[in-house]
Design a protein around this ligand. Structure first.
Ligand code: PMT
Length: 330
């Protein structure tokens, strides 16, 4: 019998992923994070459709760029472009739509409800009053008040779990832990993978321990390919989940074609295609049978994420209904 080439490719992706995790430095607070994930998912699994509660679902949002350290005691690293704006805005809209959110974000990147605050928010937004009193000027009072109250509501109701990463090693371990924890949610779980993930890395065991010497002249370095984890997420970690990944390109001529390949190759439900030149203004949702839906932001005051999340939530709930009908029919 002829060997199935796709099965062989799948096996080699799994072997590469296993090798990546074996050699990665273990997450420092792994046990605490695992406990938080398990508690969060268990609590919300009872409240999703299956348990009869009011929750629309649980979504894992990844946001910001991963770094690739060049030294174990890291002074230099390679970074990926992403401010975290997309992930932070999307978190707000998913919470508004009734989802619980696991927000896996790059340390120091944009945060939900803080997007409108300036970089030096304390210095620019607050004024000193009498003695130790600190006031928000009237011009900004509404923005700050709404941000604090929405954020507090999400935290107090236990709907937002925030998990930070910096390196590709931390990111992929967190994604694996979140996905395996969310597997029990079945099709009520969603992944929204907006993080910009490194494609190349230096394996930990072959990485210089100390700062690389500059006195020895030009630096030659070979980078290994990061295994594509979307494939493993879909196949092993959370196979019944609803998966949305992103495709960023700078060349508009290849963007949609690349998104379609990703949709098929990794079995995604939706690939959101965006072009670096206008990614804040327009995205294209690519779904099965080559269908595309263009989503534009209506004005500079709006977020393109508002309409995008609206459409994704609708697709996810239709997907749940369809699968439930299918299960009942069996
Ligand atoms: O944060 P902002 O400034 O608002 O910018 C948002 C964004 C432009 C970063 C975002 O909209 C976006 O496009 N994110 C994905 C960018 C990207 O890294 O694309 P990619 O073609 O390299 O990866 C495609 C998908 O594969 C991603 O969903 C990624 O999570 C996944 N991936 C990538 C590499 C890898 N080794 N394994 C993966 O699973």
């Amino acid at each position: 019998m002829a060997a199935d080439p796709s099965a062989a490719a799948g096996q080699s992706s799994e072997d590469e992923a296993a090798a990546f995790f074996r050699s990665a430095p273990p997450l420092r607070d792994r046990d605490r994070v695992a406990g938080e994930l398990s508690e969060f998912v268990t609590r919300h699994s009872a409240a999703t459709g299956r348990g009869g509660g009011g929750l629309a679902g649980v979504v894992c949002i990844t946001s910001g760029g991963t770094t690739v350290p060049l030294e174990q005691r890291c002074v230099r690293y390679i970074d990926n472009f992403s401010s975290g704006q997309r992930g932070a805005a999307s978190t707000e809209y998913f919470l508004k739509a009734g989802y619980a959110v696991i927000f896996i974000y790059r340390r120091g990147s944009k945060q939900p409800y803080c997007r409108f605050l300036p970089e030096d928010s304390f210095l620019d937004f607050f004024e000193l009053g009498e003695e130790s009193e600190i006031k928000v000027p009237d011009s900004h009072a509404m923005v700050v008040k709404t941000a604090i109250s929405n954020y507090r509501k999400a935290i107090d109701e236990g709907l937002l779990l925030k998990l930070p990463f910096t390196t590709i090693f931390e990111y992929l371990q967190l994604l694996q832990m979140a996905s395996t924890a969310m597997n029990c949610l079945g099709h009520h779980g969603m992944f929204y993978l907006a993080a910009a993930v490194s494609d190349f890395y230096v394996p930990w065991e072959s990485m210089a321990k100390h700062k690389i010497e500059s006195a020895s002249g030009p630096l030659n370095m070979q980078l290994n390919q990061v295994p594509k984890m979307l494939f493993i997420l879909r196949k092993r970690w959370a196979p019944s989940s609803f998966c949305v990944s992103f495709k960023l390109e700078t060349d508009p001529d290849i963007l949609l074609q690349k998104a379609e390949v990703a949709l098929r190759k990794y079995g995604m439900n939706v690939v959101v295609a965006n072009e670096l030149a206008n990614y804040k203004d327009v995205v294209v949702m690519v779904t099965g049978n080559g269908r595309t839906t263009v989503v534009r932001r209506p004005s500079k005051e709006d977020d393109v994420e508002e309409q995008l999340i609206h459409l994704l939530v609708k697709m996810h709930s239709e997907h749940i209904v369809q699968l439930n009908q299918h299960h009942h029919a069996l």
